[in-house]
Design a protein around this ligand. Structure first.
Ligand code: AMP
Length: 260
């Protein structure tokens, strides 16, 4: 059984995961659950796009066999649940963990619960949320070792912007500058053989500081430990991860810079 957990407002990135699961397993379950415990900003949760009719149509067209759309009380019953005790250490601390306090606790909590309810053998997740994949990998190794993680590449718009449910909240000016994020990432990746990580980071942050866009972080990390790297020679897996704000919309993206 393949499982594709989502928060709905589905786009081609989600559909690619569903298609891959259908091709690789006998039964595909997609879940749509806007998980309140992973939101650290009330307005982000409130404004999170919800398009259930369109989602059902996309999933039906893709051939997804099961849609699981639980109410909050089913995922979080008030009694009978064991508290989740998994230590994520440095994996959950930097980047998204630093800028969204409590976010990965919420992600771990919901993933633990969904994996218990759905009981898949394969879990399909997007590289777009690279740190989330690392955290969930640690969770499944600790609590659901029978589950195999399949990470799939980020699906992008023609201009490079990573598809995201939050993109629908960008106004026309914000949408016009949003591709700068992927430009900064590809520019960074092109310098891997000629620059130090610290210099690439500095130049990327400058590139991202266009009017209307506020970079939160641009980190070049080891893809396994998620710790910043000083020299590319120190790792065989280097990933650049970034987050920016456009008004009250927050976008994240990443690129693999070096892979063994
Ligand atoms: P979300 O609905 O944003 O929680 O995302 C659900 C799953 O879809 C996660 O595993 C995401 O990493 C993945 N995903 C979101 N956007 C993309 C994208 N543009 N390309 C590939 N996977 C994506």
């Amino acid at each position: 059984m393949g499982f594709v957990p989502t928060m709905g407002a589905l786009h081609e990135g989600h559909v690619a995961l569903v298609r891959k699961s259908i091709a690789a397993t006998d039964l595909t379950v997609c879940s749509i659950f806007v998980n309140p415990t992973q939101f650290n900003e009330a307005t982000d949760l409130e404004k999170y796009p919800r398009t259930p009719e369109k989602d059902i149509l996309l999933l039906t067209q893709a051939g997804c066999q099961v849609l699981f759309m639980p109410p909050v009380e089913e995922v979080y019953p008030t009694s009978g649940q064991q508290p989740l005790k998994v230590e994520f250490g440095n994996l959950a601390a930097p980047m998204e963990g630093a800028f969204r306090p409590g976010h990965f606790n919420g992600v771990a909590q919901v993933m633990h619960r969904l994996l218990d309810l759905v009981k898949p053998t394969k879990l399909f997740m997007g590289q777009k949320d690279f740190q989330q994949v690392a955290v969930v990998n640690h969770l499944i190794a600790t609590t659901h070792p029978q589950v195999q993680m399949v990470m799939l590449p980020t699906i992008r718009e023609a201009d490079g912007l990573a598809m995201s449910s939050r993109n629908t909240r960008l106004n026309a000016e914000q949408r016009a500058i949003a591709p700068t994020v992927f430009k900064a990432l590809t520019d960074a990746a092109s310098k891997v053989h000629s620059h130090f990580p610290a210099d690439i980071q500095k130049e990327a942050l400058e590139m991202l500081a266009v009017p209307g866009m506020e970079p939160e972080y641009f980190e070049i990390v080891d893809g396994k430990t998620l710790q910043p790297i000083a020299l590319f020679e120190d790792t065989d897996y280097a990933v650049a991860c970034t987050a920016v704000r456009l008004g009250n919309v927050r976008l994240i993206d990443n690129i693999v810079m070096k892979e063994a």
